[in-house]
Design a protein around this ligand. Structure first.
Ligand SMILES: Cc1ncc(COP(=O)(O)O)c(C=O)c1O
Length: 351
């Protein structure tokens, strides 16, 4: 995939004016035509963005939040998204409503009920994560989207981790907004994300950056937001081909099994509980550290650095609601012995 990106970059730099002036809109349309069917999203509603963070702020700015409005999300949301909602709401006098979802993770019915209970008549947007970042849990996005639609409240599905990890049917989901990254589980170059927008919003939504094409079509104004390197996005079809070549279903099943294997190895070594059911686990799994260990952001960073310096193991630790968790990822290049080694290293570090 990186070779494909290098080839795109060489082609761009050979004649940058031709590439960025005359060809780019056609090239991005070709990429959308490949990416849309992969996500089962109509390419008409799909634009490329550098990342999910950008997509979330684009939506927050685009929905016209006003004083007294509410934006509803869960306490499993990505910290940067919590910040984005917090600052956007504060700027206009709107309110961020954070619905708690406990661990151990309850069943889908209780999760949906909890989120629905947070939706008042003042709600202007609900944000729900498909795969949560701090807790590695798959949330029941289909019934959450249905509950929002039943109440007439727009919904944004933050599916940053989903492409490549889970099978996805974006149009079938029927959310107003959906965002996902290709630079995570799809192994695409950094700077490749998508924002899918329902028909009713396409005329209204503007990119965060105002540029030449601001008054043109939905695609045109998102395609050009200033001179940039579009080669990450243009390489997404190569990433799709690469993962298709491995067999996406086989890959997902392998990663899921390995994430569960890792969780068992580490949880066993630490005597830890399993907090996310197997069927709410994708290619990432979660293990709680003992109570009181690394419960601050600094403490978690220090533990991460210690494991990397002493063992050359790169693994994230994150404090969440007063407890620190280690999040395990499993990709095609990982193997069970790595999780066994992590389990030994962690019991040494915490022992
Ligand atoms: C749920 C969620 N949302 C948003 C993001 C942000 O992704 P990016 O850094 O590509 O903007 C992440 C990144 O891990 C995430 O897990």
């Amino acid at each position: 995939v990186l070779e494909a990106q290098s080839a795109w970059r060489a082609e761009m730099e050979r004649q940058p004016v031709d590439f960025l002036d005359r060809r780019i809109e056609g090239l991005l349309a070709d990429a959308r035509a490949r990416v849309g069917p992969f996500l089962r999203a109509d390419p008409e509603g799909l634009v490329f963005v550098p990342n999910a963070t950008t997509a979330v702020s684009t939506v927050l700015r685009g929905i016209g939040l006003a004083e007294g409005d509410e934006v509803v999300m869960t306490d499993h949301a990505y910290p940067a998204v919590l910040n984005a909602v917090g600052t956007t709401c504060a700027a206009v006098g709107a309110r961020r409503v954070i619905v708690p979802v406990p661990l151990p993770l309850p069943g889908p019915g209780a999760i949906v009920e909890g989120i629905a209970a947070g939706i008042t008549a003042r709600a202007r947007l609900v944000i729900v994560d498909h795969v949560t970042s701090p807790t590695a849990a798959i949330l029941p996005v289909e019934p959450v989207v249905a509950a929002c639609r039943a109440r007439g409240v727009p919904v944004l599905v933050d599916a940053a981790h989903v492409p490549g990890m889970l099978d996805v049917d974006v149009d079938g989901l029927g959310a107003d907004f959906w965002t996902g990254n290709f630079h995570k589980w799809m192994c695409a170059p950094k700077g490749a994300g998508a924002l899918v927008v329902a028909p009713a919003w396409r005329d209204r939504l503007r990119p965060l950056v105002t540029s030449h094409e601001h008054l043109r079509s939905f695609h045109a104004r998102f395609d050009w937001t200033g001179t940039d390197d579009p080669t990450a996005v243009l390489s997404v079809p190569a990433a799709i081909d690469f993962l298709d070549g491995l067999g996406l279903e086989r890959l997902r099943a392998h990663n899921h099994q390995l994430a569960l294997y890792g969780r068992e190895a580490v949880a066993h070594a630490l005597g830890a509980d399993r907090l996310v059911p197997d069927d709410a686990t994708g290619s990432m799994s979660l293990v709680p550290l003992p109570e009181g260990v690394a419960t601050t952001r600094d403490g978690a960073h220090a533990l991460k650095a210690r494991l990397y310096d002493a063992e050359r193991i790169e693994v994230p630790f994150g404090p969440w609601n007063g407890r620190c968790y280690v999040r395990l990822s499993a990709q095609v290049y990982n193997h069970p012995a790595e999780y066994d080694r992590l389990a030994r290293a962690l019991s040494r570090a915490l022992g």
